[in-house]
Design a binder for this molecule. Sequence first.
Ligand SMILES: O=c1ccn([C@H]2C[C@H](O)[C@@H](CO)O2)c(=O)[nH]1
Ligand SMILES: [Zn+2]
Length: 140
Amino acid sequence: MIDAKVLIEKAFEAQKFCYTPYSNFNVGAALLCADGTIYQGCNIENAAFTPTNCAERTAFFKAISEGQKEFTAIAIVGNKEGVKAGEGDFCAPCAVCRQVMAEFCDLETFNVIIAKSTEEYMERTLGELLPLAFTGKDLK
Ligand SMILES: O=c1ccn([C@H]2C[C@H](O)[C@@H](CO)O2)c(=O)[nH]1
Ligand SMILES: [Zn+2]
């Protein structure tokens, strides 16, 4: 596994590209694939609100649409516009993003890094963030 700090830096880099005229809440994500490739994502809002895509799902959909199938970790940073780096709060992934992660990631091993800065972050497995997950296994 690459250093969490590297992935957090990539998430901050992606955050700069967010399109958030409605919430002014800026999120960046960096998704590490098993082959070492990193996909970055930002949140992309819409005047109709519901088409809005979270940063995490942007990163996942980019990766999946380019053939990636195995995922190791995701770093997430998010804050209201104007908050200085490191002074924001933790931005945990929304429930929809957790469900999308559960579709493609191992609940026991996929690592979710929720960061305020490269110095201050928490790490949780996907299973810790989505207990009693409903997945494709339930449909068999
Ligand atoms: O984990 C999260 C939480 C929220 N958002 C986005 C969606 C919307 O654009 C804005 C406010 O909810 O933040 C994300 O991208 N990821
Ligand atoms: Zn989300």
